[in-house]
Write a protein that binds this ligand. Structure first.
Ligand SMILES: [Ca+2]
Ligand SMILES: [Ca+2]
Ligand SMILES: [Ca+2]
Ligand SMILES: [Ca+2]
Length: 230
């Protein structure tokens, strides 16, 4: 009996050791598969590839931002030039008299604004139905009399800053009782390099306006015809 017991014990021991060895082997293979790890060369190659990708992305982003900035600056310059040009054309199209006293100066009889109450001589944003230039509100504008002198709008260049010429607008001051005074000059646009007016006919003017900020240049040229005829 003891003999069989000893044999069984020995057999179980052998089986247990075999299982243990297989388990160890299995564990080793799993451990190696789960954590393969990186060699130093693999790490360096990964860093190099990542660096190349980052540099490429940085350059692409830089180019995109630069292009966006250039477009924005040019668009802003163009918007300023357009505003100034539209403002001049608006007054030209409503006037009966266009003057070009010098090539970089434009003067028109004011016929458009109606924000002044010609009856009680007060400023009224909604107007009073009389064109402000009709100072004596008799329906005729700028008769040249003491009661209704010409009211003119002047566009010219302020060259005080040699590096930044400004296109200025000067309008009559309808808020005051004085018939001859003007409002403070208003800046229509800056960075002007050319403001050129040519009278092609008594009521037809050609206006050239060029703006430049050193990097970009915008150039607008248009013809505008006066409207009212006395
Ligand atoms: Ca008015
Ligand atoms: Ca009048
Ligand atoms: Ca007038
Ligand atoms: Ca006035």
């Amino acid at each position: 009996m003891k003999y069989w017991n000893d044999k069984l014990t020995a057999s179980n021991g052998l089986k247990a050791r075999g299982k243990l060895a297989r388990l160890k082997s299995l564990r080793k293979s799993f451990t190696m598969k789960d954590s393969p790890g990186f060699t130093l060369i693999e790490l360096l190659i990964s860093i190099a590839i990542l660096s190349v990708i980052m540099i490429g992305l940085n350059q692409v982003m830089g180019s995109a931002l630069s292009a966006h900035r250039q477009t924005t600056e040019k668009t802003e310059l163009l918007a300023q030039a357009r505003y100034a040009m539209e403002r001049m054309v608006m007054f030209v199209q409503e006037t009966d008299q266009i003057e070009v006293p010098s090539v970089d100066k434009l003067v028109v009889n004011e016929r458009l604004i109606d924000t002044y109450n010609n009856v009680n001589h007060t400023y009224n944003p909604e107007g009073d139905g009389y064109l402000d230039a009709d100072n004596d509100h008799n329906g005729q504008v700028n008769e040249g009399t003491v009661e209704d002198p010409p009211d003119k709008i002047t566009f010219d260049l302020d060259k005080t800053d040699g590096n930044n010429w400004k296109l200025m607008e000067e309008m009559p001051d309808y808020e005051t009782a004085d018939l001859y005074d003007s409002k403070e000059k208003k800046v229509l646009c800056e960075r002007v390099t050319t403001f050129q007016c040519t009278l092609l006919a008594p009521n037809l003017v050609e206006i050239l306006l060029t703006l430049s900020d050193g990097e970009h240049e915008v150039r607008l040229k248009t013809r505008a015809r006066g409207f009212y005829v006395n």
